[in-house]
Design a protein around this ligand. Structure first.
Ligand code: NAD
Length: 494
């Protein structure tokens, strides 16, 4: 069986812990590879390599750091198909979707190419007579990234592009469910000219994560994953004195007002609800339909589902692939199993007709869903879309704002005033106005509110640069020896 291991100090390193996990081909259900799980010593070796590489890398000129990012940009661009194929093989998402993931990740490398501009500080000449003040931003040191299964290439790129460009060195702990893309990234970074030790990958589970959380030489942790683990990472990492940004789960609502273009809203709900089999933190999970248009909207969504092509991601015509594991499939299917007993209406039953091999569930549509039902309260993370009928904009807004998550949301309407009011009122970090998956472009920042993010700093973009650097302010005087004197007073500027 194929064996997947670590990348430490510029090269591939086989694990020695004796512990490993299984990586499946989700389209067939077969065990495809085994992945080594790092021991504490192996994590320590990766952190030591990153610490040893730090002085050289943080002293490397901005022009050279930008050049490495430009090379990496070219390499990822040239290897889009190879990266996407790895994602399809281990995650299961269809090739077109995998290529989209690579493209959105690449944007972050392109953003990091502008690092000389992004790290410009401020300068105040003559803050007092003969005194100048300036601010600079410096890297934190060794930083770590811990990433989820659903974007095995893009989420690491959210993190390492800015972290490295800022002069930090990096240790990545990817998801153990689809770990290969991280190793390809490591190879590409090395080819791009990144010195050994600047980027390391440790495969593994809680043992590796916990060691990163407590390691004294790790200055900061970026995490993306489910809410319970995000909370744990934030609490443990900050208790150990680290800077932490921990992005959690989601339950994204799409509010459809009566004046919306219902065909456009139905297209959007289907695309955002079932794309990547619903395994996106920005997937639409709940459609809030104002009741005058609810019957029409449910019918339009239901009409679209039989045409969706579900099957292995390697087939170019397929639009939706399998779920990540058999265990996750059972969990997601459980929400459809329980829906009718809880009072929901199963309009389209995805348990029927799904491919027999692999971890497939067909698109499922639930209507008359309400708070208190498991299919509403939980993050399902699968191809199950719930419709909640509401009487008004206000009732829809209240549901969104009462939800513990606050990652993404969308409103569909032709009324610019209503859309603007929604943007003003809603307690969610990323908002779409007639846009169902409002993932910010790489020169803005990504992050939810409430239980979708622990920490103050959003991911990538300008906030990413802030996260991976800390400010220093220098006050300088080059005194005229003729005016120098002892002065015990507190420094004044006037
Ligand atoms: P997960 O929380 O199970 O795993 C994420 C990472 O944490 C993995 O690397 C995993 O190995 C590690 N981990 C898991 N259990 C751990 C434990 N007990 N202690 C320490 N480390 C642990 O998440 P997942 O299933 O890989 O990904 C899906 C989740 O990620 C969903 O909840 C989804 O909404 C969320 N997600 C959020 C965003 C966002 O930007 N907010 C983006 C993508 C995914």
């Amino acid at each position: 069986m194929n064996r997947i291991s670590h990348w430490i100090d510029g090269g591939s390193v086989e694990g020695t812990s004796g512990r490993s996990g299984v990586v499946y081909n989700p389209a067939t259900g077969e065990e495809a590879s085994s992945v080594d799980f790092a021991s504490i010593e192996e994590v320590d070796a990766a952190v030591a390599a990153a610490a040893a590489a730090l002085p050289g890398w943080r002293s490397t000129g901005l022009g050279r750091r930008a050049e490495v990012m430009f090379h990496m940009r070219e390499l990822v661009d040239a290897n889009r198909k190879e990266i996407a194929s790895l994602l399809t093989a281990e995650h299961g998402k269809v090739l077109g979707d995998a290529l989209g993931e690579v493209a959105r990740g690449l944007e972050n490398i392109e953003f990091a190419c502008g690092i000389p501009h992004l790290l410009k500080g401020g300068y105040s000449e003559q803050a007092a007579t003969g005194v100048d003040v300036y601010s600079i931003r410096q890297p934190l040191g060794v930083v770590a990234g811990i990433t989820p299964f659903n974007f095995p290439a893009m989420v690491p790129m959210w993190m390492f592009a800015n972290a490295l460009a800022c002069g930090n060195t990096f240790v990545l702990k990817p998801s153990e469910k689809d770990p290969s893309a991280s190793l390809l990234m490591a190879e590409l970074l090395a080819t791009a000219g990144l010195p050994p030790g600047c980027f390391n990958v440790v495969q593994g589970d809680k043992v590796a994560v916990d060691r990163l959380l407590e390691h004294p030489d790790v200055a900061a942790i970026s995490f993306v994953g489910s809410t319970p683990i995000a909370r744990y990472i934030y609490e443990t990492g900050t208790a150990n004195g680290k800077r932490v940004q921990a992005l959690g789960g989601a339950k994204n609502h799409m509010l459809v007002l009566p004046d919306a273009d219902l065909d456009m809203a139905a297209d959007a709900a289907v695309s955002a609800g079932y794309g990547s089999a619903g395994e996106r933190c920005m997937a639409i999970s709940v459609v809030l339909a104002v009741d005058t248009i609810a019957d029409d909207l449910v019918a339009k969504i239901a009409d679209r589902l039989p045409a969706l092509k579900v099957g292995p991601g390697t087939e170019p015509d397929n639009e939706m692939g399998p779920l990540i594991t058999g265990e996750h499939l059972d969990k997601v299917r459980g929400y459809v199993d329980g829906a009718a007993d809880e009072g929901a209406t199963v309009v389209v039953d995805g348990r029927e007709g799904a491919p027999a091999e692999g971890f497939f569930l067909n698109p499922s549509l639930l209507d008359n869903v309400a708070p208190g039902m498991a299919c509403y309260d939980d993050e399902i993370f699968g191809p199950v879309l719930s419709v909640v009928r509401v009487h008004s904009y206000d009732e829809g807004l209240e549901l969104i704002n009462d939800n513990p998550y606050g990652n993404g949301t969308a409103i569909f309407t032709r009324d610019g005033g209503a859309a603007r009011q929604f943007q003003f009122d809603v307690n969610v970090g990323m908002v779409g106005l007639n846009v169902p998956i409002p993932v910010p472009v790489s020169y803005y920042s990504f992050g939810g509110w409430k239980s979708s993010l622990f920490g103050d700093t959003h991911m990538y973009g300008p906030e990413g640069i802030n996260f991976y650097t800390r400010g220093k302010v220098v006050t300088s005087r080059w005194p005229d020896p003729h005016t120098s004197r002892v002065d015990l007073g507190f420094p004044e500027t006037r």
